[in-house]
Design a protein around this ligand. Structure first.
Ligand code: FES
Ligand code: FE2
Length: 378
């Protein structure tokens, strides 16, 4: 618990803070992609969308378009770019379709090899070996609970090792929150790190979310660091408990007792989970798009319920969608001002003791980047 009455002591040295230029410099962005994102397990979607043969999901992971597809029960992650003349192979966010290019109809197998090339004998004459040389890049894919992760460059810790103490938590929420009722992507004119930082503290809640978020919380915040990941639990206010108990009752939700308050977990580098009163799960990723730009993708889930349809259910889902979007719009607006400010910053940021999860995040970022290049001010 953060005790505001304690005397302020610096908890972090400036050299453990990400320098401001790392939030907008194109050279740093390129380094982040190669050193950090390509070597990390990145959240790509849910097994919910991959149950059947030829089910697929697509994701744009740090500038690489990836398709994860079910090939007769086996999940494969492949570069979603045709070897012929580079069309996207799967263009939807998810669906059920063979891995066939929409442009000229090249068909790919589970190894990413183009096994069906219309007019091959006449126009190309590719033998087996030549076709194998044209295989799509293949990436590592691993699953925890219903969460699907992809790593673009092989090597390093396995997914379970990477998740550490939060692996069982992903198992638990996978079982507890089966019903997705929202899935949206919102472009932010802010660096992905600013997006992640916006969920790492509740210091901003009183100023940024005075009507949407603040009334539901007591203002206390228990934090726990499991580097490179971290977790914060904010106690619900009486208003918050009443509101959520009403929803639980109206919808007949079977809530999980493990997350009674508002529980926020960030999985490095860019995945955030928010669990409210054991009733709702929000899953967010802040995907880097370009220096100073990211895409926030968020999904909302409800706990298991007796009934999943009817006007009451629809009404509650609509209002939860609306309030969630409003909170995220408040975060987007202030984060975009941070982006405009950070390009003018000449000193490192000064997170306080009540922003300790920011310190964990910055230390993890610096560990993965080359410290000699980045642990400098300015
Ligand atoms: S670009 Fe894919 S088949 Fe031509
Ligand atoms: Fe916020």
């Amino acid at each position: 618990m953060v005790d505001e009455s304690e005397p302020a002591v610096p908890v972090v040295l400036p050299e453990r803070i990400i320098p401001p230029r790392a939030y907008h410099d194109p050279a740093v962005h390129r380094d982040e992609v190669t050193r950090l994102f390509r070597r990390s397990w990145l959240f790509a979607g849910f097994t919910d969308d991959l149950r059947d043969d030829d089910d697929f999901i697509t994701a744009e992971l740090a500038g690489t378009s990836v398709v994860v597809q079910n090939f007769r029960g086996a999940l494969r992650a492949l570069h979603n770019v045709c070897s012929h003349r580079f069309a996207r192979l799967q263009t939807a966010a998810c669906g059920n379709r063979r891995l066939v290019c929409p442009y000229h109809g090249w068909l790919y197998n589970a190894d990413g090899v183009p096994v069906g090339i219309p007019g091959n004998d006449e126009h190309f004459g590719f033998d087996r070996e030549r076709r194998r040389a044209l295989a799509l890049d293949r990436f590592e894919v691993a699953v925890r609970g219903r969460f699907v992760f992809v790593r673009l460059e092989p090597g390093g810790a396995g997914l379970d090792e990477h998740l550490g103490a939060y692996g069982p938590l992903l198992d638990h929420v996978s079982a507890a929150f089966p019903d997705r009722f929202d899935d949206q992507t919102v472009p932010w004119a802010a660096d992905w790190k600013i997006g992640v930082e916006s969920v790492l503290e509740v210091y901003h809640v009183a100023s940024v979310h005075p009507e949407t978020f603040k009334p539901f919380f007591r203002g206390t915040w228990d934090i726990e660091s499991q580097p490179p990941h971290s977790r914060g639990v904010a106690a619900l206010s009486d208003t918050g408990v009443r509101y959520w108990n009403g929803i639980v009752r109206h919808l007949g939700l079977r809530t999980t007792d493990r997350h009674r308050d508002y529980d926020n977990i960030t999985i490095f580098p860019n995945l955030a989970l928010g669990i409210t009163h054991g009733a709702m799960l929000s899953v967010q990723t802040y995907d880097p798009v370009a220096p100073g730009r990211c895409d926030l993708r968020f999904r909302l889930f409800l706990a298991a319920a007796e009934r999943r349809d009817g006007p009451v259910r629809r009404h509650v889902e609509d209002s939860l969608r609306a309030i969630n979007l409003r909170v995220l719009e408040e975060d987007r607006a202030v984060s975009e001002t941070v982006q405009r400010g950070i390009v003018q910053a000449r000193r490192p940021a000064v997170p306080g003791r009540n922003e300790a999860r920011i310190h964990t995040f910055h230390a993890a970022w610096l560990d993965r980047m080359d410290r000699d290049d980045y642990s400098i001010m300015g």
